[in-house]
Design a protein around this ligand. Sequence first.
Ligand code: ATP
Length: 647
Amino acid sequence: MNQPSNNKNEPNPSPPKDFLPKNIYWIYLIFGVILFSQVFALQQFSAKEITWNKFEQEILATDDVRLLEVVNKEELRIYIKEDRLEQEKFADANKNQFNAQYYLEIGSVEVFEQKLEKAKETHNISQLPDVKYKTETNWFKDILGWMLPFILLIALWFFIMNRVGGNRGGMGGLNPYDFGKSKATVFDKNNRSQTTFADVAGLEEAKVEVMEIVKFLKNPTYFTRLGAKIPKGVILVGPPGTGKTLMAKAVAGEAQVPFFHMSGSEFVEMFVGVGASRVRDLFKKAKEKSPSIIFIDEIDAIGRARGAALSMRSNDERESTLNQLLAEMDGFGTNTGVIVLAATNRADVLDKALLRPGRFDRHIYLELPSMLARKAIFKVHLKPLTLAEDIDVDALAGQTPGFSGADIANICNEAALIAARGGKVAVEMEDFFSATDRIIAGLEKKSKIISPQEKQIVAYHEAGHATTSWFLEHADSLLKVSIVPRGKSLGSAWYLPEEHQIYTKAQFEDRLCAALGGRAAEEVVFGEISSGALDDLEKVTKQAYTMVAYYGLDDKLGNISYYDSTGQYEQSIHRPYSEATAKLIDEEVRKTVTAAYERTKKLLLKHRSELNELAELLLEKEVVVKEDLEGIFGKRIKADRSTRKVA
Ligand code: ATP
């Protein structure tokens, strides 16, 4: 997902003017006074600490004490007679007469008095010095002790505000008043989006619809003169990577009106009410700058159906955000000049109220690109690359059925990286093939250590897939088989899937057999099976389940489908069918898979010699291409669908 970058034209997040007092010098004054009193207090304590023994023997016994002061019942301050201060033993003492020269902790007043009496007796002191008892208050310490919890609380509050409010530097991040403001990125005349419709390839129908929005905004009267209303919202729906965000960015680049871009997840914070307030703020800003466009990416983050039975979790915050969005979209008139564009790849989970005309009037579906569209997308992404002469865009588009625009962009980039790594001056066709292989099957791991026995199993497994699919009428065309480990798998087969909109039962069954070819070959050849078919079995089980439970392709279950396009079953604890039906589904899935497996084994036994030949060739060459396969199996006979008889 392309994230919006921060931009300079973001609404100024400066704090409200009354957030801080206008004149802050009084704060300095307070700090000054506190500091001065502390320095003064410190002066008091410039007295030196002394032990009781030293005090008793070297000061009290020699009658050098002028005054003893017990402060707060815990500290004894000792003042030396002025005329004795010059003596050498007082060289380290504080010479300031106003202050005590020494101090010590006394523990308690009783202990101090007892010790004093004892010292009088021990040293035969006729007259003990005067003792003064006094209480001193340390204001600074008291105030600090009282204020510290508050200071900590306020600091914590600012810290949280700063984090959740998004640290946007300066006071913006610190200001709690900014919390409910939308964090939309704004593209306007000072900060134009660089993307244009020329960067969006293949999506011709969608482009026409979206371009019309730009026209609405530029020249509304052209449409309204006949009484037509301008649409309020347009939602782009499609699988990941099909160019929804790209399309919206192109609108921003072409529209020449302010464009507010925000992702659905940016509305929701951990505090209740923030999302709703951000929606309000976003619409307010958009209306102020009207005509304008609001783009909400990944709208499913806030637009999920309300009240869905999602465990015990509270959805309050998300629901109130959605309610606010519904209200805002109702609230502005058709001619306010604000159009809301949204994108999602899960339109099925969105709240129905959001999708109704009057809110999102137009739904634009972006499909995975067709052969022609892929060609156009390749052309866009090949443009910035330095290409060799041999580049065949048709072949590239032909090799990539089922790929999204994002996948194609990725292939082009990977190919350029591979070519650069190989020190080439231009990207060659071979680099594109390597990039495609790498994206489909993962990185080659030639260094992975495999024992000869394992290698043999892998070779027969892959040869099993290849042989089965070669002889089945409806299986995809095989391009290449390899036993070089890639990603997590130890071997792979490359097919060229045909682009079908619908599949017949026979096609489904052939695909099941092709997927089971690896496991069946292991059994036919070695008489035992291994764990290497995990991925195949997972695929087969899922496909058999969809045949039985979704597509109504099972005789016993009949024309019934438990597919749920609304996504409600997903969230519900109960299944929409009885225990007996569940059992029947399980049985039929098992029967379908077993039948396919038996059929595959029969086919492999029939073509056992070709299977062996291919496995041996794989062990020898590691990678076998279509020409080698034709050498072993002969030319492949494919079903011609156009000659199918119509009943
Ligand atoms: P998601 O649903 O995951 O958010 P998306 O549909 O918004 O995906 P984008 O972010 O628009 O997908 O596409 C990702 C990238 O794929 C784009 O930046 C672009 O490079 C490339 N791309 C996708 N579709 C096209 C297209 N039709 N033409 C050119 N490039 C495309």
